[in-house]
Design a protein around this ligand. Sequence first.
Ligand code: AMP
Ligand code: MG
Length: 537
Amino acid sequence: MSRPVPPPAAALAALRFDNRFTRELPADPVADNPRRQVYGACYSRVLPVHTAQPRLVACSREAAALLDLTETDCRSDLFARVFSGNHLLAGMDPHAACYGGHQFGNWAGQLGDGRAINLGEAVNSRGEHWTVQLKGAGPTPYSRNADGLAVLRSSLREFLCSEAMFHLGVPTTRALSLILTGDPVERDMFYDGHPEEEPGAIVCRLAPSFIRFGNFELFAARGEFDILRQLADFTIRTYFPHLGEPSPEVYARWFDEICRATAALMVHWLRIGFVHGVMNTDNMSIHGLTIDYGPYGWLEDYDPTWTPNTTDAMGRRYCFGRQPAIAQWNLARLADALAPLVGAVEPLAQSVQDYTRHFEDGWEAMMAEKLGLAAFEPEQDRPLFRDLLRLLPEVETDMTLFYRHLALVPTAAGIPAKNRLAPLQEAFYWPEQLTIAHRGRLAAWLDRYAERVRHDHLADDERRQRMHAVNPKYVLRNYLAQLAIDKVLEGEYSLVDELLEVLRRPYDEQPGRERFAGKRPEWARHRPGCSMLSCSS
Ligand code: AMP
Ligand code: MG
């Protein structure tokens, strides 16, 4: 006999909360919440603002399952009210976290959850805790001169990309739902004195925690060492219990784990062509998760100096190729913050230094996988990778398509150059850029590659399968998110669901959905939202 299925509202109402963060860490004693500097506390209790007419645009069934909810639960009225902040469930304890950070290389002081409100830590049937957070649910003491709200375009981008990253196998915060609030929000998208009203929206995010490098930096910078220690001890006991009871050695080992997780994350970003766009230390998760999807972008033509963020266009601090080095710089800022706890800088400095090796080892192994090699062989493979990465930016080459189609290149000995080149045609934006000289260099590289593959004695079929498992066919191309935004603005939500569906299986062929795997169309090259994004969201 099957168990009776509870009505949707009941499943949601039954969500259980165990709020360790607010229970165990010091709270801001000020209850009315003007925007201000908050001292001596890890968070402030706040209430989400009431929204006019919350309406679900989309939900992720995999994220819902983390809370033991089904898609039917997500389509209930109660769901829209709860995840827009209009209705609090029993056991929720809404709060905004206090943190600081380095922005674009400069210490920025207190930042904090200015437009994020944590509702509490839901515990699922497997005993896992998931911090439930609303982004765009109203102002907090940390909102500075902004409104605490979010608009549809940035919320939709965060919703889809979080789930796309999860399905790509990249550590990330999750997105449960995208809800239109029914309230207009004013934004000056390009900071050029032309503010416009846009539809307000709220994304519900889930993560083990939203603790950032910046949470520790703020207390260290202010000399609030007691709170620094309390937060570090809480973090280790709650999320890194395998390291043992907090002590100077354990703090150092914990930091080393963060360095390794961050290195692994950078390898993933480089594998799939993701550019975060704002790698400030307040946007770095201590769990090594991708966090805070703002002006991010996907590399289309392979250009390691590309940044999607208009604010970063001059300095290109956060461009694709610099991400691993910036992550290391950010880790060094976290090391500075933790040094008072460790009582010595050497072990921390060593971990920052070792990061280079972790990243490089991970990157080389990843590149070997991208090329379908059985294992990384330093002598042969280093020059092979280096020469490929020199070739790719010479002409406009779509990164995703190039690696996907490389899997189709025949590798038997003596095959004519044109046969090796043929499967790659799809990856180039401008056939006229493929000069005889360039084709010659590419063919020569492909010959070396084919020889290297033959040395592995791997059949082309098997190599293709291996390569297709790490080189996605479907990524959230910048223009695809923009098309979905345009549709929702017209009141049509189905493209969001369709994209979510496609992005669930990024490595599969998915016949009939090839249009989502194509090169960026020409119209998207310079359209705002497709090629450049601002932080104004
Ligand atoms: P970000 O770079 O988007 O992660 O944001 C940096 C800081 O600005 C964080 O402290 C955010 O909470 C805050 N912030 C960004 N947008 C808003 C907004 N609309 N209202 C209030 N605070 C915001
Ligand atoms: Mg942020």
